[in-house]
Design a protein around this ligand. Structure first.
Ligand SMILES: [Zn+2]
Length: 470
C-alpha cells in the first residue's frame, strides 16, 4: 500500500509537472520590459551598406554585424488606402498608394491601425487610437522615449499624442503634458531634441514638467547621473540633435538609450520607444556619409541592448523601420564596385563642410584634407565655377546675402555628395520614401513572435498581446 501510494503520488506529481510544463508552453510568460526601436527610413539596403562599410578589409570574410545576428523577418509599411475623412465604402480611389510617411507608419506600429499620411495617433476619421505605450502605462509599467529628432517629431509623437497633422509640433508638445492616463503623464522619460517647442512665448512646458516632478536635462553629460525611478525631460538641442558625424561619433542615441533604460527600470517593467530618427534624413538628403553615421549610432545602441538582454532575459527588443528612404543602391551606373571606406576620413559631415566652404572658413585648396581624399584639378575648379554661378544668380535675382549663402551651401553640398557617390559607387532613386518592405529584428523574451513576414500593424498587435492585452 505504501508503495502504491507513493507510486500514485509520483503519478500525480508527474502529471502536475507535465501540466505546469504544458501551461508553460501554451502561454509563455510575458516580457517584463519591451524596447521598441524604429530606425526611421532604414530600408534593407542600410544594414547591408553598414556591414560593408564596417568590413575588416584585412580579412577575406565579410564580418557580420549586430543586425545580421538578430534578423528575424520583414514588414510591409503601406499607409491606409483611404484618404483622410474619405468614406469607407469599398469604392475609393487609393490615396498615397503603397508609399507611407513616418506619421502613418508610426501610427500603424504604435496602434495597429492604418491611417493617412500625416496622422498622429488617429485613424482616417481622426478618431484617437490607443497606443502600445499608453496601454503599457495603463498596465502600470513605466514608459519612455529616446530619439535623435525633436521629441515631438512624427514617430515619437505617434506613440504619445493625438493630432490630425504631424506639423502641429506645439500642440503635440502640449499634448505630452496635458494628456494623462489614470492621473499620470503618459511618458516618464523623454529624451531627444526640441527645446524650441517646449520653451515658447505662450507657454513654458519645461517649467510645467518640472512642477510635475520631472528633472530637466540639457546636456549629454547629465545622462550619466540618471537614477532608476527618475522622471526625465531631456532636450539636448533647439530642434533635432546634431548628426553623429558632426558629433564626432559620440553616439547620442546609445547614450540616451542607456540613460532611459536606467531611469525606467522598476519591478513592474517598462515600455521604451527608441528612434534612430535621422537615418531617414540621410536618405532624404541622398547623403550616404550622414546615413552611415546614424547607422553606427544605431548599431552601438543594439550592441548595448544585446548585452543588456543577456543580463535581463525578461526583456524584449524589437527593431524595424517605418519605411525605406532614398532608394540607395550599393553600386551604381552599371559598375560592380562599392568603396564605402572613402568616407572614413571625413573630418565633418558633407553639409558642415559645404557650410564652411561657403563662409570661407575653409578654402577650396584645403577641402581635400577635410574630405580625407584628394580632389582632382577639375573637381577643384568646379567648386570655383559653382561660386561664380551662384554670384551670377544672386545678381540676376537680387538675392539677399543670407539667401545667396544658402544657395551656395546647397550647390557645394550637392557637389560634395556627387563626388562621394562617384568615388564610393553609391546610387539613389528618390529624395523621398519608397514602398520597399523593411527588415525586422528581435531578441529576448517573445522575439519568436516576429519571425517571418508581417505587416506594420501586426507588430503593434503582437506588442499589445505581449503587454497582456486580450
Ligand atoms: Zn522621411
Amino acid at each position: 500500500m505504501k508503495y502504491l501510494l507513493s507510486g500514485l503520488a509520483l503519478c500525480v506529481a508527474t502529471a502536475s509537472t507535465q501540466a505546469k510544463q504544458q501551461t508553460k508552453t501554451d502561454t509563455p510568460p510575458l516580457p517584463k520590459n519591451i524596447i521598441m526601436i524604429v530606425a526611421d527610413g532604414m530600408g534593407p539596403v542600410y544594414p547591408s551598406a553598414y556591414r560593408f562599410w564596417q568590413d575588416d578589409a584585412n580579412t577575406a570574410k565579410v564580418e557580420s554585424t549586430i543586425f545580421d545576428k538578430v534578423l528575424v523577418g520583414s514588414s510591409s509599411t503601406t499607409p491606409s488606402s483611404y484618404a483622410k475623412n474619405q468614406a469607407i465604402d469599398g469604392q475609393h480611389t487609393p490615396a498615397n498608394s503603397y508609399v507611407t510617411d513616418s506619421a502613418a507608419s508610426a501610427t500603424a506600429l504604435a496602434t495597429g491601425v492604418k491611417t493617412y499620411n500625416g496622422a498622429i495617433g488617429v485613424d482616417v476619421h481622426l478618431k484617437p487610437q490607443l497606443t502600445v505605450l499608453e496601454y503599457a502605462k495603463q498596465r502600470g509599467k513605466r514608459t519612455g522615449i529616446a530619439v535623435t529628432s525633436q521629441i515631438v517629431h512624427a514617430t515619437p509623437a505617434s506613440y504619445i499624442a493625438k493630432n490630425e497633422s504631424r506639423r502641429n509640433y506645439n500642440a503635440i508638445a502640449d499634448d505630452y503634458l496635458d494628456s494623462t492616463i489614470d492621473g499620470e503623464l503618459k511618458a516618464d522619460v523623454m529624451l531627444g531634441g526640441g527645446v524650441s517647442y517646449f520653451q515658447r512665448e505662450d507657454r513654458n512646458l519645461i517649467a510645467e514638467f518640472s512642477e510635475q516632478g520631472y528633472q530637466y536635462l540639457s546636456d549629454f553629460t547629465q545622462l550619466n547621473k540618471v537614477q532608476s525611478g527618475d522622471k526625465l525631460l531631456g532636450l539636448f538641442a533647439p530642434v533635432a540633435i546634431d548628426n553623429n558625424v558632426d558629433l564626432n561619433y559620440q553616439n547620442p542615441l546609445t547614450q540616451m538609450t542607456k540613460a532611459a533604460v536606467k531611469a525606467l527600470d522598476n519591478s513592474n517593467g517598462y515600455f521604451l520607444l527608441v528612434e534612430a530618427s535621422q537615418v531617414d534624413w540621410g536618405g532624404h538628403a541622398n547623403d550616404m556619409a550622414y546615413a552611415m553615421g546614424e547607422m553606427h549610432d544605431l548599431a552601438m545602441t543594439m550592441e548595448y541592448l544585446h548585452a543588456y538582454v543577456a543580463e535581463h532575459p525578461n526583456t524584449l527588443v524589437v527593431l524595424t523601420a517605418d519605411h525605406n528612404t532614398g532608394g540607395m543602391s550599393i553600386g551604381s551606373s552599371g559598375k560592380y564596385n562599392w568603396q564605402p571606406k572613402v568616407i572614413n576620413k571625413l573630418s565633418k559631415s558633407p553639409l558642415a563642410l559645404a557650410k564652411q566652404l561657403a563662409s570661407d572658413e575653409l578654402s577650396i585648396d584645403a577641402l581635400s584634407s577635410s574630405l580625407g581624399f584628394k580632389l582632382s584639378d577639375s573637381e577643384q575648379s568646379h567648386f570655383v565655377t559653382l561660386r561664380l554661378e551662384n554670384q551670377q544668380e544672386a545678381l540676376e535675382k537680387q538675392l539677399s546675402k543670407t539667401k545667396t549663402n544658402e544657395k551656395l551651401v546647397t550647390r557645394y553640398y550637392g557637389f560634395i555628395k556627387e563626388i562621394i557617390d562617384l568615388k564610393t559607387g553609391t546610387g539613389w532613386t528618390s529624395t523621398g520614401h519608397t514602398g520597399l518592405d523593411v527588415p525586422v529584428y528581435a531578441f529576448g523574451n517573445g522575439a519568436e513572435n516576429f519571425i517571418g513576414h508581417q505587416d506594420n500593424t501586426d507588430i503593434a498587435d503582437k506588442i499589445f498581446t505581449l503587454l497582456g492585452k486580450k
